[in-house]
Design a protein around this ligand. Sequence first.
Ligand SMILES: Cc1cn([C@H]2C[C@H](O)[C@@H](COP(=O)(O)OP(=O)(O)OP(=O)(O)O)O2)c(=O)[nH]c1=O
Length: 195
Amino acid sequence: MRRIVLASASPRRKELLVQIIGNTFEVCVSSYDEAPQPGMDATELVVQHSLSKARDVAVKFDSGIIISADTVVLCEGKVLGKPHSPGDAKEMLSAISGKVVQAITGMTVLDVDSGCEVSVSEITDVKMKKMSSVEISSYVRSGEPLDKAGAFAIQGKGAILVESINGDFFNVVGLPLFKLALILEGMGVPVFDIG
Ligand SMILES: Cc1cn([C@H]2C[C@H](O)[C@@H](COP(=O)(O)OP(=O)(O)OP(=O)(O)O)O2)c(=O)[nH]c1=O
């Protein structure tokens, strides 16, 4: 059984990985700082961030498979990361209200033993409810939006703000599980038989 390391501080990503491979992995948080990269579009940005997170953690291991990801929400060409304050969260929610936005996750799976790095991106369209300012204030008061890209959590109370999606639900939460399983299988990890 190969050693698998999730390079993420996100409790959501941990839960999602447990969902497909159980508690067969360890977590090692990267210290990579997600700085903006001028000139990159949203997809290139999340892929680059995921790659940097994976490489940062990979140097701490002499064997194993490292999994990392980065998620943003794209709203009419503007990249929304995690809000820095409740005011910031309110602004993001007002911006995405009533629109179809894109949840974009970049993911890297790095095999330390072979040096092979696979980076992919996945896009899910998310149709947001038209929110009143009272609803926005009340949702921000719940605290839920603060550590979530785009200031909402589809897997939480934010579910009531999402009318519909087109694409992988798990990608919105932070890890595209379908693509991840395909990549792991390709690297010789028997996803169906572990966990
Ligand atoms: C849109 C959306 C995002 N999110 C979360 C997933 C990610 O944790 C977060 C985006 O921030 P990220 O910077 O991708 O991840 P992170 O800082 O939480 O963790 P790490 O970099 O260590 O892996 O937003 C949800 O939980 N639900 C949602 O519906």
